[in-house]
Design a protein around this ligand. Structure first.
Ligand SMILES: C[S@@+](CC[C@H](N)C(=O)[O-])C[C@H]1O[C@@H](n2cnc3c(N)ncnc32)[C@H](O)[C@@H]1O
Length: 306
């Protein structure tokens, strides 16, 4: 649009006065800029100070974590000593050796509690078999064999290969673990090869029993290879059963096949009740309407026939 003559005249007349006004604004703007610079410098100083404080706190936390780790190790050591205190030397020797050889997922206190259960069953003369369902590299079964009397039969059930898949009755925790296993990413105890990736687990476990002075045939131990659902068929009483099959179906099968044979005073040690959701569900379902059993806690859930 064409500018009118009057507008053009007004622009020419007002231009110098606007320039003057702008010039007057410059010092004010400079002051504002300086103040802004001061403020941002102050902010930078405060960020640096905060960072230094955080670094110091991180260092303190790292030191405290180290201290906690040291204390944990001492508590662990004290627990292990207390747990094994009243056990026979031979049993303590096996617990120490299988732990050093990474043959068991159970820690010293849990192996000691398992041995204690076996020794108590012997002392109380509870009739029947000892059973382990779920043995992997054999560590806990070797401890059971060391704690039992030579006459007592120990039946050790395991697929001695890859653990079977979980089912819908197992929770997310179990399915995540199984995915890791099938992806080839699982590590065994002490970072060693996971038991399910080993070529001849049955042969390894047989050898481990012998190396620990408990050759299976001479020690009244049967290693029974196959799925629990195909292999656990009992027709005699059971004094003690260590259930360590991890998942819902495995635990459920063990309960259905073993509990009806549990002698009075006989005991189940359920390794995974607090570790895997499916095992917990199987135990809670199975015992929901079954009187005549007492629950005890010895690091693991124990269930005793009363
Ligand atoms: C956690 S590991 C046992 C750990 C062992 N007690 C120890 O001292 O480290 C579980 C074992 O149970 C076996 N297992 C689980 N479900 C099974 C099933 N239905 N039949 C046979 N073996 C099974 C697995 O293959 C594995 O060897």
């Amino acid at each position: 649009m064409l500018m009118g003559a009057a507008d053009q005249v007004r622009r020419i007349v007002t231009a110098p006065s606007r320039l003057l006004a702008l010039r007057r604004e410059v010092p004010v703007l400079r002051r504002d800029l300086a103040a802004e610079r001061e403020r941002s410098e102050d902010l930078r100083r405060r960020v640096r100070a905060a960072r230094a404080r955080i670094e110091q706190k991180d260092a303190t936390i790292a030191t405290q974590k180290l201290e906690i780790a040291r204390l944990r190790a001492r508590v662990h050591e004290a627990e292990a000593t207390a747990a094994t205190d009243t056990l026979p030397d031979e049993v303590v020797g096996r617990i120490t050796a299988v732990t050093q050889e990474h043959l068991s997922y159970l820690k010293v206190p849990q192996l000691a509690a398992l041995a204690r259960a076996a020794l108590d069953a012997e002392a109380q003369e509870v009739p029947g078999l000892f059973i382990e369902a779920g043995t992997a590299r054999g560590g806990s079964a070797i401890v059971l064999a060391a704690a039992k009397s030579p006459e007592r039969r120990l039946k050790v059930y395991d697929v001695f290969g890859m653990i079977p898949p979980p089912s819908d009755a197992d929770g997310e925790d179990v399915h995540r673990r199984y995915e890791k296993i099938t992806a080839g990413d699982a590590r065994g105890v002490g970072g060693e090869t996971y038991y399910g990736y080993r070529d001849d687990l049955y042969g390894e476990v047989t050898e481990s029993f012998a190396r620990h002075g408990l050759p299976v045939d001479a020690s009244n131990v049967d290693l029974v290879q196959g799925y629990f659902e195909d292999t656990i068929h009992l027709d005699e009483p059971v004094a003690l059963a260590h259930l360590d099959g991890d998942w819902y179906e495995s635990t459920r099968t063990c309960l259905e096949r073993i509990v009806p044979h549990l002698a009075v005073g006989g005991r189940l040690v359920v390794d995974d009740y607090f570790a895997w959701s499916g095992c917990r569900t199987a135990v809670d379902e199975y015992f929901a309407d079954r009187p005549g059993f007492r629950r005890e806690l010895h690091g693991r859930l124990h269930i005793v026939r009363t």
